[in-house]
Design a protein around this ligand. Structure first.
Ligand code: DNO
Length: 356
């Protein structure tokens, strides 16, 4: 595996490449062209400039998170073919510049959903949290305002103001789209992009739905072992793979994370590893990466990745906000650096034990 950190680019991130370079064991970043919109073609020039900037800092681009999928594709609208053609062109440009990993999601309207971005924990740190009752009590249109308020002036990934201004219309697009239709639309999309992925050896790594259940009545399908295996089988190509995100699949207490990792052997192209602390099955907050701080056994998660031969990029995921840092919620430097060091430590112990 390769330890990486997510980086949003010079204009959007409070964390610098120079800081990332000083985290022991972190050799790459996962980045994006954060100011592009779903459906837009990424030019080779902009991709090259992004790679050059990262390489000048002594790091490399280990993958893209995300190339977002236009809602017309997810909803299966007649205009989807044009957007798929653009997506294929973006993949081709990325492939020509040597990028081999693309993370994306297939969640209708909203990307990840949290009800609080700065819940205070006993130690004074703040974390992202989710309470089902709060979602049930909220109009979807109000969701954006509540996210924007707590975002420390950052644009939160998946919550871009332009899209959120049209939440009502976006909901309208998904009328009549149930889980089956969403599966069909995903299949249609994957079948059209796989030839480009085969040509440039690009691994597509779908991100799970977070939380791993339907919110605001919208269908969600990348939620559990059964559905993700169905997705692997319906387009049975090694380039059709997964981002294994422990914090997203782990929202559903029925998901056995090490078991899912074993079932997905060979198809996990990217891993997000973080911990959650549950207050009830539908009320959780994000914890430090350390097993003892939350409800997941991080050793077992890392061991399952090791034992299945995982060799892709991994990144610590959302961190707590600690030590007075002011950054995009979940994406400060300090707690993610602690997370990277801890995950590297687990990996070293697991691999040395296995080798002896
Ligand atoms: C949240 C992230 C997600 C993820 C996308 C992938 O912090 O894990 O926004 O990047 O779902 O497309």
């Amino acid at each position: 595996m390769e330890m990486t950190l997510r980086w949003y680019g010079f204009s959007f991130d409070t964390v610098t490449l120079q800081q990332i370079r000083q985290i022991p064991g972190v050799t790459g970043v996962i980045t994006t062209l954060y100011d592009t919109r779903p459906g837009e073609v990424w030019s080779r020039e902009r991709i090259r400039a992004m790679i050059d900037e990262v390489e000048a800092a002594g790091l490399h681009v280990a993958g893209i998170e995300s190339v977002n999928v236009h809602d017309a594709i997810k909803a299966g609208l007649p205009e989807r073919d044009g957007y798929i053609a653009n997506y294929r062109k973006t993949l081709e440009n990325l492939g020509k510049e040597g990028i081999r990993l693309v993370c994306y999601n297939f969640m209708p309207v909203f990307d990840w959903t949290r009800t609080e971005l700065a819940r205070k924990r006993a130690d004074g740190s703040t974390v992202l949290a989710y309470t089902q009752a709060a979602v049930d009590a909220l109009e979807p249109e109000k969701m954006f305002a509540s996210i924007a308020e707590d975002s420390n002036e950052s644009i939160m990934p998946g919550w871009e103001p332009e899209r959120m201004a049209q939440v009502k219309e976006l909901f309208g697009l998904y009328k009549g789209v149930n889980e089956e239709r969403l599966f069909e639309n995903l299949k249609y999309f994957l079948e059209k992009i796989m030839p480009v992925c085969d040509c440039y050896d690009i691994n597509m790594a779908i991100h799970p739905d977070d939380p791993a259940w339907s919110v605001f009545g919208l269908p969600r399908i990348i939620t559990n072992k059964e559905n993700i295996l169905r997705m692997m089988e319906m387009v049975d190509n090694p380039h059709n793979g997964v981002t294994f995100c422990s914090g997203s699949y782990g929202t559903n207490r029925e998901n056995n994370l090490p078991d899912m990792i074993r079932a997905l052997k060979g198809r996990i192209h990217f891993a997000h590893v973080r911990n959650l602390k549950f207050n009830s099955p539908s009320d959780f907050e994000e914890a430090a990466h350390l097993s003892g701080d939350g409800d997941f056994d991080m050793y077992e998660i890392m061991k399952a990745l090791y034992e299945t031969g995982f060799d892709g990029p991994i990144r610590p995921d959302h961190g707590r906000m600690i030590w007075g840092e002011r950054a995009m919620p979940g994406y400060g430097l300090y707690d993610r650096a602690l997370g990277a060091a801890y995950l590297n430590g687990l990996w070293e112990a697991i691999s040395k034990t296995a080798e002896r």
